[in-house]
Design a protein around this ligand. Structure first.
Ligand code: RP5
Length: 162
């Protein structure tokens, strides 16, 4: 077992610019994570072994991002009981609606907590993972509360002219 409790996985190197936003949130909150390319279609054996060992290795949350025929989050949820947070990566052809539908419509028994398409979804996946871990980590809970308060405080009371 290691200190790493969050796994960020993605179907392709091309997903990293978006999935990086989840990593940046975890960096801000001081949550250690690992990041891997694991493709449901191109590296299915890697997917299988990642899912098979995830709980034993001490992972508590897996953030999985993919685009198009985005089967990675759902297949990972089929292979491990570790909660999977899915991020639909935006696509050129169908704007990420394909990714969203591929991830969100799981059959009963194998849930994926599906975020919004793209950047907001990736950042929220980091926050979701932190929130889950914060239930058992009071120092992290305090950092997350502070992060949320800072965000609220950054919102102006009134709209301004440009
Ligand atoms: C999916 O196909 C990946 O998650 C990525 O979003 C998409 C395109 O992958 P590349 O062709 O850019 O490698 O498997």
């Amino acid at each position: 077992m290691t200190d790493v409790k969050v796994g960020i996985i993605m179907g392709s190197q091309s997903d990293w610019p978006v999935m990086k936003l989840a990593a940046e949130i975890l960096d801000e909150l001081g949550v250690p994570y690992e990041k891997k390319i694991v493709s449901a279609h191109r590296t299915p054996d890697r997917l299988w072994s990642y899912g098979k060992t995830a709980a034993k290795r001490g992972l508590k949350v897996i953030i999985a991002g993919a685009g198009g025929a985005a089967h990675l989050p759902g297949m990972m949820a089929s292979k491990t009981r570790v909660p999977v947070v899915g991020v639909p990566v935006q696509t050129k052809a169908l704007s990420g609606v394909d990714s969203l539908y591929s991830i969100v419509q799981m059959p009963k028994g194998f849930p994926v907590a599906t975020m919004a398409i793209g950047a907001a979804g990736a950042a929220n996946a980091g926050l979701m993972a932190a929130g889950i871990l914060a239930n058992e980590d009071s120092a992290l809970a305090e950092r997350l509360d502070d992060w949320r308060e800072a965000l609220a405080a950054s919102i102006p009371d009134e709209p301004q002219d440009d």
